[in-house]
Design a protein around this ligand. Sequence first.
Ligand SMILES: CC(C)(COP(=O)(O)OP(=O)(O)OC[C@H]1O[C@@H](n2cnc3c(N)ncnc32)[C@H](O)[C@@H]1OP(=O)(O)O)[C@@H](O)C(=O)NCCC(=O)NCCS
Length: 147
Amino acid sequence: MNIRSPQTPAEWTAYYQLRYEVLRQPWQQPAGSERVPEDEDPATVHALRLAPDGTAIGVAMLQSAEQLRGQVRFMAVAPAWQGHGIGRELLEHLEEAGRRLGYLEIRLHAREAAVPFYKRLGYAVEAPSHTLFGSIPHFLMVKTLED
Ligand SMILES: CC(C)(COP(=O)(O)OP(=O)(O)OC[C@H]1O[C@@H](n2cnc3c(N)ncnc32)[C@H](O)[C@@H]1OP(=O)(O)O)[C@@H](O)C(=O)NCCC(=O)NCCS
């Protein structure tokens, strides 16, 4: 699978740009709103999926949370590539990274529209969580990592 952390300045730019285009721009959020301090944490795992021509088509990150947990954030697949297994590849890549880091569980706050995707990948809804941009309900979802 062609998934790894961005390696060059151009790849980092493409990484954050895809995040912005899929998760922030459609809600008129300002440039820069796609970045968080945890991006700079050395324990954070960044996952970038490139198409054969080098275009960024999928991104996701796994940050460290308390009590041997990881939290997946900013899962985004380019619209033209959605429904082709890229999201599954990204999530399984981060789960594997989480196992290597000794995490026992992965948590995430899923947009309502993405809940069926995460359920398909073995995540269970634990509770409703926040509403983003005043309009996107989220649900806290959890998956135990098997050995
Ligand atoms: C949600 C998202 C990351 C999923 O990635 P994707 O590449 O489209 O999903 P995949 O093709 O890897 O789907 C994996 C599995 O989940 C299933 N699935 C995906 N979306 C689904 C849905 N809405 N309802 C039911 N099943 C769904 C697929 O059928 C597939 O099942 P299979 O492996 O048995 O065939 C992607 O669509 C996306 O970026 N959406 C917009 C941004 C977003 O909502 N991000 C999540 C923020 S929490």
